[in-house]
Design a protein around this ligand. Structure first.
Ligand code: 2GW
Ligand code: MN
Length: 297
């Protein structure tokens, strides 16, 4: 990837110069202590990023699971992704489902494809959520590695509401949970029982990341999902399940494998949390769901 970057030559471009004494945002943290950018509106220039990415002609994979009744979320998810996700770039949508015949036909722009991957269903919802790690690791090495450069792995009960583009891409990225980005470390809902593989001691932890959107290169996503799946299996053998299922394991992973980029809550928002001043865009939104109706089998 670095080699590819070195061969990119940008055309003449006109834009206002960066100002060393006038950072674009003073109200939010733009960089972690390990020098990973935190992506907020106003901190990057899409024109430059798009030009660089365009020259590489890479494809981005967007993975989503729609098991049982969750197929109802696919139409809005795909339609809004066509409007806002990686506009102008090549995209493969990978839809994991047990109901392939219920995947809606949505009109796709050029360079964009839907791939339906049939998978089994699990009776417990916790298992449906956690088994995503197993299936993502399996398909990463079987298929995704040959088809895309980056993977973006998301929940399906979501809609795109503004641009989500190549600014999110990096070797390994996670997203700040919208409910915890201002919270103290002690209030992060990490797994706190030492018996679980997802255990995080009370004096450690950088951020609380949300399980509903993460990604990176196929290689990094493979390593992450494989390790999380293995940890989930060890827990299972020990008769323990982490408090927030695979989200807990993801948080443990990111503590000891620092993400190279972090997405602000613009990339995972829930309107139940209001509209704070620092939030200039709401790019990816939770779709309200009737828990009783949608979640029963
Ligand atoms: C069924 C009953 C109860 C909960 C989930 C499900 C279910 C989930 C299902 O019947 N079919 C299905 O495809 N799913 C997939 O799992 C779907 O992709 C969904 O977006 C994902 C996570 O379930 P969800 O969205 O209902 O849970 P949230 O929105 O509370 O998710 C957070 O917590 C989860 C773990 O508890 C995950 O970490 C998730 O990434 C978080 O956003
Ligand atoms: Mn969800």
């Amino acid at each position: 990837i670095l080699e590819d970057l070195l061969q990119i030559e940008l055309p003449r471009m006109i834009y206002t110069k960066p100002q060393i004494l006038k950072p674009p945002r003073c109200d939010v943290l733009m960089m972690t202590p390990w020098f990973a950018p935190i992506v907020w509106e106003g901190t990057y220039n899409s024109e430059i990023l798009n030009e660089q990415f365009q020259q590489r002609n890479d494809t981005v994979g967007l993975t989503v699971f729609a098991i049982k009744k969750y197929v109802v979320f696919l139409k809005t998810f795909l339609e809004t992704a066509e409007t806002y996700f990686m506009v102008g770039h090549r995209v493969n949508y990978y839809i994991f489902t047990d109901r392939p015949e219920e995947v809606p036909k949505v009109a796709l722009k050029e360079g964009r494809n839907v791939v339906v991957l049939q998978v089994q269903n699990y009776p417990r919802w916790q298992e449906i959520s956690m088994r995503r790690m197993e299936m993502l690791s399996y398909f990463s090495q079987q298929r995704f590695i040959n088809e895309v450069s980056y993977l973006v792995c998301v929940d399906v009960d979501m809609k795109f509401n503004d641009q989500v583009g190549v600014e999110i891409l990096s070797d390994l990225f996670g997203t700040l949970h919208p409910g915890f980005y201002t919270a103290e470390r002690r209030s992060f809902t990490y797994e706190r029982r030492p018996a679980s593989q997802a255990y995080v001691p009370s004096d450690e932890g950088d951020f609380y990341y949300m399980g509903s959107i993460f990604g990176g290169t196929v290689k990094e996503v493979y390593k992450l999902t494989k390790k999380c799946h293995e940890a989930i299996m060890v827990d299972k053998a020990n008769g323990i399940e982490a408090i927030w299922q695979e989200e807990s394991h993801l948080n443990k992973y990111f503590l000891y494998h620092k993400p190279t980029k972090i997405l602000s809550p613009e990339y995972m928002w829930d309107d139940n949390l209001g509209r704070p001043e620092i939030l200039k865009k709401r790019r990816f939104l939770a779709v309200p769901k009737n828990h009783a109706a949608i979640r029963n089998k």
